[in-house]
Design a protein around this ligand. Structure first.
Ligand SMILES: NC(=O)c1ccc[n+]([C@@H]2O[C@H](COP(=O)([O-])OP(=O)(O)OC[C@H]3O[C@@H](n4cnc5c(N)ncnc54)[C@H](O)[C@@H]3O)[C@@H](O)[C@H]2O)c1
Ligand SMILES: [Zn+2]
Ligand SMILES: [Zn+2]
Length: 368
């Protein structure tokens, strides 16, 4: 099959003919219908996250189950699925405690392969690593059965790919991680695929005021569409001062960071009121540290939280998000501003880097 292979950081990916092994027991073969272009893949491309090479990236995907290995109970051939990049075991302490996204069985497996640590991708005897337990920048993927999240068949399957990362992470950050209360004030810093979904998560939570921050005016126009009541271009205005000014000097109840930079993480911390909560959703480059005033953390009783994958319980939250979409409450069509065939993957990442898109969507088998 064809897949986009990254052989060197900072270099374009090439479409190569690669070998995808059969699914082993507990795994499934999925025909990839849509796969989104996320900044997490881009961190690897730019060399900001250490990674095995060569690798096939892609961790936000939807498709049709083609075949299942022995013991797969999560879906059947023919099912429409969104893929979870955090396939959880269902039995460890974290899973049983209701935090499947922090499953110790999955999180202790080194990157580059599936749950047994090995990759199903190769070319002429050379192993090719798989990103996000998925490697969806390809025509097909072999994934853990636990990655299969069956979804309703009456929603557009390609676009449903975005539920697999950006939508789940952003909406989940607002609803599950921050648990935004109705009537509260919210700051969202960074209005890319993840940040726009933090904004619509805050809207779904009935936040009274949603202040969006970005450095690009076109992103701020998107932000208004997704529910922002106020926008701040941080190239022109200081977002912390703006957040205070818009909340009568108090600071916001919640601030969500969706970029992964030291400066914007610190902005979010400073923008929240005494007793407020700052949530870091953006994932920084390796080695980055942020500085927090230590005494004020206690004295002002602020909460600083991380958010992985929108604190998702994939089997509950992902189908629910598609119900919200079918009910007209969740914007998904508006997010997909451009689609690309697999051959144009490098262009899709250039667009992500330039900031010209809500979310780019690759269609490995073309329009369906
Ligand atoms: N926590 C998780 O589980 C999780 C899941 C998915 C993605 N992520 C991370 O979330 C981050 C965002 O991903 P994305 O795909 O939305 O990226 P993106 O590139 O689509 O969006 C980033 C946005 O930030 C804006 N921006 C850049 N620098 C800025 C600054 N200094 N001030 C204000 N705005 C600025 C850009 O204009 C852009 O709109 C990445 O770090 C990604 O790795 C985390
Ligand atoms: Zn992602
Ligand atoms: Zn587990």
């Amino acid at each position: 099959m064809r897949a986009a292979v990254l052989r060197e950081v900072g270099r374009p990916m090439a479409i190569e003919e690669v070998t995808l092994a059969e699914p082993r027991p507990g795994e499934a073969l999925v025909r990839i219908v849509g796969t989104g272009v996320c900044h997490s893949d881009y961190h690897v491309i730019k060399g900001e996250w250490a990674s095995p090479l060569p690798i096939v990236l892609g961790h936000e995907a939807s498709g049709v189950v083609e075949a299942v290995g022995a013991g797969v109970t999560q879906a059947r051939p023919g099912d429409h699925v969104v893929l979870s990049f955090a396939p959880n075991c269902g039995q460890c302490v974290d899973c049983v405690a209701g935090q499947p996204h922090l499953c110790s069985a999955y999180l202790t497996v080194p990157g580059g392969g599936l749950l047994d640590g090995t990759s199903r991708l190769s070319r002429g005897g050379e192993t090719i690593a798989m990103f996000g337990k998925m490697a969806s920048f390809a025509e097909y993927a072999v994934v853990a059965g636990a990655s299969l999240i069956p979804i309703r068949r009456d929603v557009p399957l390609a676009k449903a790919a975005l539920i697999g990362c950006a939508v789940m992470t952003g909406v989940g950050a607002a609803l599950n991680t921050a648990r935004i209360e109705a009537g509260s004030t919210v700051l969202v810093v960074g209005c890319g695929g993840v940040g726009l979904n933090c904004i619509q998560g805050a809207r779904l939570a009935s936040a009274a005021r949603i202040i969006a921050v970005d450095v690009a005016d076109d992103k701020l126009a998107f932000a208004r569409r997704f529910g922002a009541t106020d926008v701040v271009n941080s190239r022109r205005d200081d977002p912390v001062a703006a957040a205070r000014a818009l909340t009568g000097g108090r600071g916001v109840d919640y601030a969500l960071e969706a970029i992964g930079l030291k400066a914007t993480i610190e902005q979010c911390y400073h923008a929240v009121r005494r007793g407020g909560t700052a949530v870091v959703v953006g994932m920084a480059a390796d080695g980055v540290e942020a500085a927090i005033p230590a005494r004020a953390l206690a004295g002002q009783e602020k909460t600083l939280k991380g958010c992985f994958y929108g604190s998702t319980r994939p089997r509950i939250d992902m189908p629910r998000l598609l119900d919200f979409y079918a009910d007209g409450r969740l914007l998904l069509d508006e997010l997909v501003t451009r689609t690309y065939p697999l051959e144009r993957i490098n262009e899709a990442f250039d667009d992500l880097g330039r900031g010209g898109v809500g979310r780019g969507l690759l269609l490995p088998h073309g329009e369906t």
